[in-house]
Write a protein that binds this ligand. Sequence first.
Ligand SMILES: C[S@@+](CC[C@H](N)C(=O)[O-])C[C@H]1O[C@@H](n2cnc3c(N)ncnc32)[C@H](O)[C@@H]1O
Length: 275
Amino acid sequence: MSTASGPFQPGDRVQLTDPKGRHYTIVLEPGKEYHTHRGALPHDKLIGQPEGSVVVSVGGTSFLALRPLLSDYVLSMPRGAQVIYPKDAAQIVMYGDVFPGARVLEAGAGSGALTCSLLRAVGEKGSVTSYEVRQDHADHAIRNVEQFFGERPGNWSLTVGDVAGHEGEVDRVVLDMLAPWDVLPAVSRSLIPGGVLVVYVATTTQLSKVTEAIREQQHWTEPHAWETLVRPWHVVGLAVRPEHRMIGHTAFLLTTRRLADGVTPPRPQRRPSKG
Ligand SMILES: C[S@@+](CC[C@H](N)C(=O)[O-])C[C@H]1O[C@@H](n2cnc3c(N)ncnc32)[C@H](O)[C@@H]1O
């Protein structure tokens, strides 16, 4: 599904958009009908049509038909754990410097949303090694990743267990879990010198705890943290302004790089706070 192109075929996942901008996702089957409150839409009307076609239901409503992008797929996928949103996945791939051919270690796999972005970024020559402690979340991740790629990617492994048990060298590590500070010693053993660690946390208390743990551990460059806010804009004629609604908060991201063994990291002078 992730690389499909050309006219719609049976088995394709198609995202329909109605005149109010609402999305509906269907999987095309010859002879089947999609029933909306605006009338039935035969799948056969779509099969053989190019992407970007507009089809009209029996009730006279027009639907725009496109294959969902990865960002659409992530927002509509069934989930056990909360997913990493597209805006955050994009920042993780860029600031984590996840390159084609990279060996990436990831925890927790959760619903597999970030896993899809990581697998795309590393390409066939790279690999993603995911850990997930909960079997039910791992089941979601497997289903979602397999559905996105159409099969289980050969360069992906998912272990049901604690990432702290990982052994083997990697180029990049991405942690999205409640207590990332617990696994810092383990991941620092696997990450190559110069490798990038990205930590995704939802709250300021987690951000503070993981930042101080990184500073204490001595294996890392000075951590860099930021909030991943993205503000969409409404642009119609002269009405150009921020949208009334937006995703207010998802996460903080933090990056740091693995130092060579035995190196003492230079730390900025820090003034004590005034209480
Ligand atoms: C918020 S979810 C991850 C969502 C995922 N990044 C996505 O985009 O779908 C956090 C997951 O981390 C898992 N987890 C927590 N501690 C872990 C550990 N030490 N090793 C592996 N997984 C862990 C939890 O079970 C949970 O499913």
